[in-house]
Structure formats: C-alpha cells, structure tokens
Design a protein around this ligand. Structure first.
Ligand SMILES: C[S@@+](CC[C@H](N)C(=O)[O-])C[C@H]1O[C@@H](n2cnc3c(N)ncnc32)[C@H](O)[C@@H]1O
Length: 272
C-alpha cells in the first residue's frame, strides 16, 4: 500500500486511537528535540507532525509570539492535532498536506524538526528540496528517525513471532518508504545533499522508551504491520497471534512497565 493512502486511512486512525500511548512512549524523543530548538527561532515547521505532540511542545517552549506549524498528510491526524491545540489554547497551527509537494512560503521557517515523520516520502529528494526552499538561509533541520530493524528488535518482535500465522505479512524491504526507510545513513546523507542541505551530521542515538504493560496487548494487536493485518483477520487468528506475540514480548516486560531501547539516527543539517 502506498504510504500516503496508509496514513490518510487505517494508519492515521490507529495512531489517533493510540495517541496517548505513543506520546508517552516517545516522550524522551520529544524532550531531545525540544532541548535543541534554538531559542532565537521565530518560525518552526514540524514535518509529519501526526497528532501534534511535538508541534504543541515547540509552541509551549517558544511562546505564543513565535510561529509553530505542523504539516501532515493524514486528515485524521491533523484533525486530532487541531483539536488538541484548541483544547490547550495553543498558538500552534496545522496544515494538512503532502510535505513533498506543498507550496510552503519560500524562506519562511528558521527551524524544521521531525520526530519519525520523514521516512515515508516516495520522493525524499523532492521533499528535502521543498523543505530547504521553505527554510531561510541560516536555518536548521533536525530529524530523528529509526536505524535498521536489526538494531530495533522490539519493533519487529510481533512480526517475527507471528510470521507462521500470518504468511501474507509483507517483508520489510530496505530503503523502501516506511518506518526503517532511513536506516542507511549514507543514503540519507546523499538525499539531504541532493535536496540542498549542508553541514549534515548523522549520529547514532539510543533512547530508552517505556510504557505501561497494560497497554502492550493493544500495541501488539493494533500497531505496525501485524496490527494492520489483524484488523481484517478472523477471531481465532487474532487470538493466536495475540498469544504468541505477547509471549515473545516477555523479555521487554519489567513488572508493570514495558521497556526497550529505540536505536535511532539523529540528523542535523543546515541551510546556507
Ligand atoms: C510515525 S508517524 C509520526 C507522527 C508524529 N511525528 C509523532 O511523532 O507522533 C509518521 C507521520 O508522517 C506523516 N506523513 C507520511 N508521509 C507524509 C508526507 N508525504 N507529508 C506529510 N506527512 C507525512 C504520517 O501521516 C504520520 O503522521
């Protein structure tokens, strides 16, 4: 399935439903992104902002007199982000658009950030070129993305454990748009350079993530490739997959918490 259709439909809806769990689990990554936003930032763009946690956090950090904008291709996720902004009386605003093709005002942002929102483009060079044009000279890009599946066993436990029960599970293809699409740092470096970015630094980052054990079954049966297939599976398959996958996650369970290390790339680039 094309990434745009996935996020506009089922993928977007499952992320909205699991918003509290995902924001809790990825809070340390939000914190890392926030700490590095230059305090001089007047106008920030959050790419693939989803339900808006990091855009709202940036608006809190920078204050209401600065401009914080989230862009996302998913209608359901942008609707959720706007609702959260309204509830929080936040000055953050949101654009529902494909970041690869949207006509951002040229040189209108001085910081571009993303938490897991840039690996889904079918044309990453077009996307990074569009983001570069939208950034003024002297501006910065900071994206946090996943390293490879071999470094992130937590993220592939469900599909490895359920493979025999779900033969139609799609294989993870290296360099394809998707969660692990930016696993190869040489490829990411080349795409950023072709997109007009300079002073590129891509460094490994290991971040401890955790969430309540009581949310683990929902996570297994709704998120990722296994969760997607289970939405249309029969009850018996769903139960068998849930049982076998839950057992396979046991090494990540510590009492009432699930804990794992997210193996990430921390990407910095400059506009000049
Ligand atoms: C893994 S989610 C991350 C969401 C959010 N940044 C967070 O950390 O909670 C990836 C996001 O990228 C968005 N996305 C995928 N392709 C996109 C595109 N071409 N333009 C804008 N957003 C896109 C998806 O809709 C989704 O919200």
């Amino acid at each position: 399935m094309k990434q745009s259709s996935l996020w506009q439909g089922a993928g977007g809806n499952t992320w909205v439903a699991a918003q509290a769990l995902l924001d809790h689990m990825f809070q340390p990554i939000e914190d890392l992104l926030m700490q590095a936003i230059p305090s001089s930032t007047q106008s920030l763009l959050d790419v693939g902002c989803g339900t808006g946690a990091t855009t709202l956090a940036a608006a809190r950090r920078l204050g209401a007199d600065r401009r914080c904008t989230g862009v996302d291709i998913s209608g359901p996720m942008i609707a959720a982000a706007r609702e959260r902004a309204a509830q929080a009386h936040s000055s953050a605003t949101f654009i529902e658009a494909d970041a690869q093709r949207h006509a951002f005002e040229p040189a209108s942002f001085d910081a571009v950030i993303s938490r897991f929102g840039v690996m889904f483009f079918d044309d990453p060079v077009a996307a990074f070129s569009a983001l570069r044009r939208a950034t003024r000279d002297g501006g910065t890009l900071r994206c946090i993305v996943w390293r490879g599946p071999e470094d992130n066993p937590f993220m592939t436990t469900a599909e490895r454990s359920a493979a025999a029960l779900l033969p139609q599970l799609p294989a993870r293809a290296p360099d394809e748009p998707g969660q692990f699409g930016f696993a190869n740092p040489d490829r990411v470096q080349a795409m950023l350079e072709q997109g007009g970015w300079r002073d590129i630094a891509i460094t490994p980052l290991d971040v401890g993530c955790s969430f309540p054990e009581q949310d683990l079954l929902h996570y297994i049966t709704h998120m990722g490739p296994v969760g997607r297939l289970l939405q249309s599976a029969d009850e018996s398959t769903r139960q068998q997959v849930a049982d076998v996958a839950r057992a396979a996650f046991e090494p990540f369970v510590y009492g009432d918490r699930v804990r794992y290390t997210a193996a990430l790339w921390d990407i910095h680039a400059g506009a000049r």
